[in-house]
Structures are given as structure tokens and as C-alpha cells.
Design a protein around this ligand. Structure first.
Ligand code: GRF
Length: 194
């Protein structure tokens, strides 16, 4: 009997910090029927804790210096070299240029810790608590030229309890993010050709 063997999409994950979404994606990608493999990691922060996941899993990584003018070219070269066809932004704190985004149209997805279009941008948790929102959650979406604006792939929510401070809200949101990112990848694998 010959089983169908999935050809995993070679994916690059962009990070700037802790990398817990990266860790989760690597874990999911080990499953034989998960649609992606993590083949490259890019960061703008050489001290990003998440780089450890590249090291312990022997995944190639690239540290870019955003003060240098040609850093996007360096990224593009590394993507090409590693035959990357999908980019996941997971806590990447640098805005990509329009030119870069247009070269990877519909191939860059991001995760944001709110129910977009609400609370685009930074300091999301603070603003959600200040507004006394009843619900929050996370959104996986495609990247387009405007910040936190592209087409939504998947959203999950929970109810905010009165006792929640920033830490509780963050923990609850991030646990939901891990599930959401993986489900979003399965969804786009099924319903689009990536
Ligand atoms: C995530 O919570 C995501 O919503 C936001 O940045 C955070 C990154 O966390 N875009 P981590 O580095 O994956 O732990």
C-alpha cells in the first residue's frame, strides 16, 4: 500500500523576542500530517530568546541588522536559498517594506493578540484592559501594506474575567495563539494553494 505523503511547505518564521509561537510551530511541524516545516528563522534582535529554538533544533537562522540599508535583500536571498514559500511573523517587531510584501503577496501571515480590527498596533493588552472589553482573543491574518490590516484567516476568542491583569490576559491570549496559528496553517493548506 502506498500512503499519500504530504509535501510540507517550507516556512520561515520571523521573531524578535521570546519565540513561544515559534516553539509551538516547530512542535506542530513534527507531526507528519502538519502542512509546514520550519526551515529558516529570521530575527532583527540578536538577543532574541527565541533564537535558542533555532539552535536546539538545528534550524538555520539569519540575524539582520535593520540599520543597514540592504537588510531586506539579505532576507530575500536567504529565503531563496532555503526555498521558502511561506513566511510566518510571530512577534516580529519590524515593519516590512511595501516592496518586500508585494514580492510575497498572500504568502506572509501574522498573529496579533487581539480581535482585529480592534486594537491594531502595540501595547495591545494595556489598551484592551483600559477599554474594559468583555472579550478578547487573537487573530491570524495575511499581511498587506497596512499595519495589522490584511485578510483574516482565523480568529479565536475568550471572555475576560474581572480578575485579569496584563499577565493573565497575555497568558490566556498566547495559549490561544498556539492553537490558532496551527489551525490557520491547516486552513490555508486546505482551502488555498498557499
Ligand atoms: C505574540 O503574542 C503575538 O501576538 C505578537 O507577539 C507575541 C510574540 O510572542 N505579535 P512570542 O515571541 O511568540 O512568545
Amino acid at each position: 500500500i502506498k500512503f499519500f505523503e504530504m509535501v510540507k511547505k517550507k516556512t520561515c518564521v520571523f521573531i524578535s523576542g521570546k519565540g513561544s509561537n515559534l516553539r509551538s510551530l516547530i512542535k506542530f511541524s513534527r507531526n507528519y500530517n502538519f502542512p509546514i516545516s520550519v526551515n529558516l528563522i529570521v530575527t532583527n534582535n540578536r538577543n532574541a530568546k527565541g533564537l535558542n529554538y533555532a539552535k536546539i533544533n538545528s534550524i538555520p537562522y539569519l540575524i539582520i541588522d535593520v540599520k543597514k540599508r540592504n537588510y531586506e535583500l539579505k532576507i530575500l536571498n536567504a529565503l531563496k536559498k532555503n526555498k521558502i514559500s511561506l513566511i510566518c511573523l510571530a512577534g516580529f517587531m519590524k515593519i516590512l517594506s511595501k516592496k518586500f510584501i508585494s514580492e510575497f503577496r498572500k504568502k506572509i501571515i501574522n498573529i496579533h493578540p487581539s480581535l482585529l480590527p480592534k486594537f491594531k498596533g502595540l501595547n495591545t493588552y494595556e489598551r484592551i484592559l483600559k477599554k474594559k472589553e468583555k472579550r478578547s482573543g487573537c487573530t491570524v491574518h495575511y499581511i498587506d501594506e497596512k499595519l495589522d490590516n490584511g485578510k483574516i484567516i482565523l480568529q479565536k476568542f475568550f471572555f475576560i474575567q474581572d480578575r485579569y491583569g496584563i499577565n493573565e490576559l497575555k497568558e490566556k491570549t498566547q495559549n490561544l495563539e498556539y492553537k490558532s496559528f496551527s489551525e490557520a496553517l491547516i486552513k490555508i493548506y486546505r482551502y488555498t494553494n498557499f
